[in-house]
Structure formats: C-alpha cells, structure tokens
Design a protein around this ligand. Sequence first.
Ligand SMILES: Nc1ncnc2c1ncn2[C@@H]1O[C@H](COP(=O)(O)OP(=O)(O)OP(=O)(O)O)[C@@H](O)[C@H]1O
Ligand SMILES: [Mg+2]
Length: 472
Amino acid sequence: MTSIPPQSQASTNTPVLIVDDDPSMRAALRQWIRLADFETIEVETTDQAMANLGPDFKGCVVSDVMLDGEDGMTLLRRVSELDSDLPVILITGHGDVPMAVEAMRAGAYDFVEKPFDPDLIAEVVRRACNRRALVLENRALKTQIADSSSLESRLIGNSPAMQALRHQILHFAQTDAAVLITGETGTGKEVIAQALHDFSARKSGPFMAINAAALPETMVEAELFGHEAGAFTGADRQRIGRIEAANGGVLFLDEIVSMPMALQAKLLRVLQERKVDRIGGHKPINVDIRLVSAANVDPREAVASGRLREDLLFRLNAIELTIPPLRERGRDSMLLFDTFLNRFAVQYGMEAPAPSAQDEAFLQTYEWPGNVRELRNAAERFVLNAQVNPQPLEILVTGRRDAVSPIAAGGLKELMDAYERSLIEGALRRHDSKIADVMRELNVPRRTLNEKMARLGLSREKTGGSDVPENS
Ligand SMILES: Nc1ncnc2c1ncn2[C@@H]1O[C@H](COP(=O)(O)OP(=O)(O)OP(=O)(O)O)[C@@H](O)[C@H]1O
Ligand SMILES: [Mg+2]
C-alpha cells in the first residue's frame, strides 16, 4: 500500500547554511545536519552568509548568535530584509533567556541552546526546511496563477484547443527548447512567440524578431549577422546584427519558409555552433539565445518542395505548437469579437454597439480566412461605423450587399434558415462534402441532414469547392 506523502516536504538535497566562526562547532553542526540528509554550506561571517542567500534559497539558516564582527541578530535582520520567509535558527548560550526571547521577537524561526542535542537540531532544521518548501511552493503557484490569467487576456479563447495551447505555452516558456509555431495567417503566431518570451526566465532579456521575407535580400545578411567597419562598401561603422542583439533573450524567426536558401545555410551554422560571425569579422561571437520561429504553411511540405532545409527544420522544431484556424474554434469568434468591440469602444471613446442575431450568426459561420486579424479589423470597423453608418457585419466584412438580410426578408424563420444553411454549408466545405464527417460534426442523423439539405436547397456538389473571399 502506498501512503500519500505530506505536501511540500523539503527534498533530501535541501541546503542548510551554517554560520559559525568556531571550526569545531561548524564540524559538529555539519555532522548532525548531514546525518539528517541535508546538504550543508558553511561560512564564518554574516557577509559570507548573505553572499550565499537569495529569495530562491530552498533551505534554512543555522547561525550562532555570537560571531566575530556582526552577530547572529544582525544576520537575522539582514535575512528578513532579503526574504522574511527564510527561516533562521539561532544557537544561543545555555540559559541565555533574554537573548532567546529577543531572537524570537526579531523573527527567528527557532533557537537551540548550547550544548545542543543532535536530535533536536535535526528536528528543528527539518521543520524549518519543510516550512520553507511550502512557502516557495505557494509563491510559485501564485505566479503561475497570475501568469495564466494575464496570458488569458492576451490569447483569448475558451475552446479546448486554445486552453490547451495556453497551458503548453506556460509550460514550454520555462524551457529553452526551440519552438516552431505553425498556423494560418492571423491566428496569433506572434502573440504566442511574445508570450513564450514574456513568461520565461528570459523575460528581462531582448525579444528580437526577424522576418526575412520583409527585408530586401541585399540587406538581410547585414541585418542578421551585423558587420565590422569597412566590411563592404558603405559599411562605414561597425554594426551589431539582430542575432547578436538577441543575446540573453529570444530570437523570433518569422516566416521561416520565405528565408532565402543561402541564408538558411548560414543560419543553420549559427544554431549549431551558437556563434555568430559578423561580416568582415575575424572571430565568432558566442550567443545565448532561445529560438522561436513561425510558419504559416506546412513546414514539411516546404521541405518536400525544396523551400526549407530539412536540417534547419530539425533545429527549429524541438517543440511544435499548432494553432487552429479561427473557424475551428467554435464560439471563440464570439468571445473575441465581443472583447475587441469593448477594447475599440474604449480606445475611440465610443459606445460598444451590440451585434444583432444576424451578425452573430455570421460571426460563427463565416470562414475567417484572415483569422483573428480579420475579425479584429471587422470589430474596429463595426465600432467606428456604429453611430454614423451602421451596417450588418456581413457587409462590412465581405462587401456583399446581396447576401444580406434574412431579417429584412421575413423574420425569425428566415434567420434560422439562413443560420442553419450556413452551418451546414461550412461543415460540408470543411469536410470536402463527406457526409459522414458532416453528420459527426453537427451531430445529426443522416436522414435529418438529408431533409434539411433538401429543404434549404443545398447539395454536396454546390458546396464542395471553396469560394472563400480574399483576406481583408
Ligand atoms: N487569441 C487571440 N486573442 C487576442 N488577440 C489575438 C489572438 N490571436 C491573435 N490576436 C491578434 O490578432 C492579430 C494577428 O495576430 P498575429 O500577428 O500574432 O498573427 P500571425 O499568426 O503572426 O499572423 P501572420 O502569419 O499574418 O504574421 C494581432 O493583432 C493579435 O494581437
Ligand atoms: Mg506574424
């Protein structure tokens, strides 16, 4: 039978900092504390003690009250200024009651009288270290909660896919492994790359983005690798490239598939060796970077068609995060639209207009080829137009005047039909008119689906092809 371990137990290699200027006392303390399965660090003065401590220190401090120079009480004060939850155990002279009282009042975790009982010291240290483990665990939990709620407002969406993605981001942000983010245009690749930086230990380091496709080919190399003065005509000064400038932080390689082949080879070398050669430079410069890259096409297809080096892909995709297109995120489009409406309303000092039932039906059934970016633009226009020239969302987005207004044409019945039609149409398109898949997605029996399609004038052929409008 297994028993449930008590929560927050100090692990066996937890460090205990021993502060004592008497070598024989240090040796005795070391012996008893190590026997109790803790690691020990031994120092003689308060300054040396402070040099070994930080807010992340996992164990506790055991210090004699009497020390050369600053005494144990001063150490206690300095430690509580650093972290008031870091336990300090003081060793006092036998019968020195006033000192013991003062120590407890000043916030000592406990005190032990000399000559001490080895079992007692081991027991006090164990309790202090367990207490410390609990404090650190609670702190970590609190930052995690704060991080996840702030990530939720940046990467909006309640669909299972988005929830899982947020979870993965917070998890992988703690590592240095290379992440490749794939997803259609406007799905949030840059938002995720930035989050992987902002929620990581590198958050105070730079976030350097490079989009090779957006730079003229003649400039790309100098931009990435930098150059020495006089490296080529026009290079009158030394220049630090973006890879070097990302040192200590995150390098975000956007649209990797559009990177020229020659550049891919050079980049591969940087990633293999973690060194950059400035153009015209003589010695390579070490760089410490975390790599995040993005592709809006399937990277494996890009490898197959010779646009992306396979060895480069393997350096980039230790972790692969795939963002689903907006049309596959269920009601997220409503949530996103609502959030953007409110944000733009605040930004423009206007009232947030309420979408009509017809607008909501459109939100859920439109294909959103430009994904969140397109939806965000639509929300902005919706707010700006609301007072002077209110229009159905569908017209704002597609410009198709004819497609509109089942409401104008009739009422609830027409609206329901239109909604039902667009849902079925969307599902047929997504599944290449495979009826079995459509039945599964919409959760309707074949017969009901056939009847509805007949009534709404839908056929498999009619919806087979995609007539998605161009990205706005
Ligand atoms: N889940 C989301 N929640 C809130 N805003 C989002 C979300 N996803 C994307 N956005 C917003 O949508 C816009 C497009 O996102 P982003 O630039 O990250 O897309 P992308 O995948 O990099 O697109 P592209 O491939 O075109 O570069 C940005 O304004 C971004 O802030
Ligand atoms: Mg982008």
